[in-house]
Design a protein around this ligand. Sequence first.
Ligand SMILES: C[S@@+](CC[C@H](N)C(=O)[O-])C[C@H]1O[C@@H](n2cnc3c(N)ncnc32)[C@H](O)[C@@H]1O
Length: 250
Amino acid sequence: MQTSNAETAPLSPSPSRKEVWKMFDRIAHRYDVLNRSLSFGRDVAWRKRLRKHLPTDRELLLVDHATGTADQILFLLGGKARIAKAMGYDLSEEMLARGREKIEKLGVGDVVSLHTGDAMQSPQADNSADVVTISFGIRNVEDVPTALADMRRALVPGGKLLILECSLPENTFIRKSYLFYFRKILPRLGGWVSGDSYAYNYLNKTVETFPCGEAFCRLMREAGFEQVRAEPMTFGVATLYSGLKPENAA
Ligand SMILES: C[S@@+](CC[C@H](N)C(=O)[O-])C[C@H]1O[C@@H](n2cnc3c(N)ncnc32)[C@H](O)[C@@H]1O
């Protein structure tokens, strides 16, 4: 199993994640189109895989952190799970504004609402969410253990945490080819289309310095989650993590 994108420092402080949402304010206008094209559309399959992990035995109150333009929430609505309410939190007002436009267009404003909120200290009440999700967001927060602890706080006992995040392939040949794309092509394409080359250089640096596979599962267990699993997808370029808040937790 993969252990870490960073060989030596599982929680690298570099590049700085401080106030990174300001960068997302700058690229919000092109975020969706870049996301889809730079992942060759694979992000749709990954988001749908996450959707399959939603409990279907009851109505859900769902919280999505670092929700951005609400893409993940909107994909979750299309599945079998009955989502009574979905709240998305993010610190980038521009990303949230794009998300609100999509929600209005789709007429799902009675179910989905977006709010300003930090994944490390969310305004969500204790023991209130059946499911917490965060897609391509956890590697951007400054203090991952604090964010995981806050997600656990907001979950009901027995509630589920689902995390989708970029990772690096284990197979040496695939990993080398992917790193070439990631380091040389993606930042240029992303910079060209969004007009912000810093943002897409930041993207590859955060992925390469973020723990994945077993190293990330360990962080989830340390934050108090059980039945923690990692599911690598598309040769390991993305991983879906799941875990439960224990039934007997306060
Ligand atoms: C790569 S985007 C992911 C957006 C969305 N979840 C998706 O799946 O497309 C990362 C998002 O994390 C947000 N973000 C970064 N740090 C954050 C924090 N501490 N709390 C909440 N959101 C944060 C950014 O503003 C940005 O919208």
